[in-house]
Design a protein around this ligand. Structure first.
Ligand SMILES: NC(=O)c1ccc[n+]([C@@H]2O[C@H](COP(=O)([O-])OP(=O)(O)OC[C@H]3O[C@@H](n4cnc5c(N)ncnc54)[C@H](O)[C@@H]3O)[C@@H](O)[C@H]2O)c1
Length: 357
């Protein structure tokens, strides 16, 4: 089997590559990434990209035919990966997340790819906290980021057939330690605050609901998706990925962190506007279809894993919300310094072409 993982040089990518290496030791694995956050490492040992057989430093909007030759499965992670970036770079978010995804899927299908796995998001349900949403619930994407996921799912659907299986994994909010840690995710932010300043500052009033999933469990779900049988779930499958027990209210997450890391003060913003990103999700379908790939890493284990990872990093940056572990800050800096063009293409790359390692 030959697998192409796009966006492998981000937060989730390294754990996906590790999972694939362990499930398919003989597989050829290629990574493809523009490398926006390549320098945002949180470890100082081996580069995670050493685990792939081929690494393309390439824009996902310009994937060449030769990169798809012989590929059996594509795991598509590349994209502008949160609401704040989507708000600031709206047009490019649609360009990269939606249009490029569809072109990649079409070209992959023509090249003989059999399975396409898309990293979608539960945020497409919008404000949905009165009851847990199933895959049949109406979509109500509140942001450009969420809209880009909805448009991609919509346009992937007609491409799916017996020879081209499409799985849209609607992921819960990710958490956990990575070689390219993100601290703009709710649980990771809380643990970082607890360690750096013994303080957790909840930006909302603490009531929003947010389902969580550890990145190791996301990787296991992707592993399932590339080999799943279409007799279960069909040729085109959108499925919520997470666990019913891990639908949390944000204030509960903060309290859980404060229980693991003693002496932490939790503050809530009582004047906060209602958070539109509040959703509860049903994971019944995923439980039924993927009984052997259910999430395993629980909240306390994830908090301890993050605590340990941050301690190993010697992490003590009280101002981490302005650091290289915040995707929006990095992308904005790259733009302001002129390293990326307004189309979010490397300025030098335009002249020099791509690099293949
Ligand atoms: N982190 C979460 O909570 C979560 C939840 C649901 C879905 N997802 C989705 O999973 C995917 C990966 O998320 P992540 O947390 O690892 O994000 P990330 O920002 O850490 O990684 C995204 C990667 O995509 C690459 N990329 C972006 N635009 C590109 C382009 N034009 N060409 C090539 N590469 C490009 C970036 O360089 C980066 O390495 C994203 O599609 C995201 O929307 C994430």
């Amino acid at each position: 089997m030959r697998i192409l993982v796009t966006g492998n040089m981000g937060y989730i990518g390294p754990s996906v590559i590790r999972q694939l290496r362990s499930s398919y030791p003989e597989a050829g694995i290629a990574g493809l990434d523009a490398g926006y956050f390549a320098h945002c490492l949180s470890v100082d040992d081996m580069l995670p990209e050493c685990r792939v057989d081929v690494q393309y430093f390439n824009d996902v909007r310009a994937v060449e035919k030769e990169m798809l030759r012989g590929i059996d499965a594509i795991i598509h992670l590349a994209g502008i990966s949160n609401d704040p970036m989507g708000n600031k770079f709206e047009e490019m978010t649609l360009d990269i997340n939606h249009r490029a995804s569809i072109t990649l899927a079409k070209n992959g299908k023509t090249a003989g790819v059999k399975a396409f796995v898309f990293a979608s998001s539960c945020s497409i349900y919008g404000s949905a906290d009165d009851h847990a949403r199933t895959e049949k619930a109406p979509l109500n994407p509140p942001t450009a980021y969420a809209r880009s996921k909805v448009f991609t799912e919509r346009d992937l659907k007609p491409l799916a057939d017996r020879d081209f299986k499409v799985t849209c994994l609607r992921f819960s909010t990710a958490c956990g330690m990575s070689e390219r840690l993100r601290l703009d995710l709710v649980l990771n932010d809380f643990v970082a605050g607890a360690i750096a300043s013994k303080r957790i500052t909840i930006l909302s009033d603490g009531t929003p609901w947010r389902p969580l999933i550890n990145i190791k469990d996301m990787a296991r779900a992707m592993d399932w998706a590339i080999t799943r049988d279409i007799s279960q779930g069909g040729e085109f499958l959108p499925v919520n990925v997470g666990s019913d027990e891990w639908n949390y209210q944000v204030k509960d997450l903060a309290e859980a962190v404060a229980e693991v890391i003693p002496g932490v003060d939790v503050s809530v913003n009582k004047d906060a506007q209602p958070d539109k990103r509040s959703y509860r999700v049903s994971f019944d379908l995923f439980r039924k279809l993927a009984p052997h790939h259910q999430p395993k890493v629980d909240l306390v284990t994830t908090i301890k894993e993050l605590e340990h990872g941050l301690e190993v990093m010697g992490f003590n940056d009280e101002d981490f919300r302005n650091s290289k572990f915040i995707r929006l800050k990095v992308l904005t800096q790259l733009r302001n310094r002129g390293l990326l063009t307004e189309k979010l293409v490397w300025a030098d790359h335009q002249k020099q072409g791509r690099v293949v390692v």
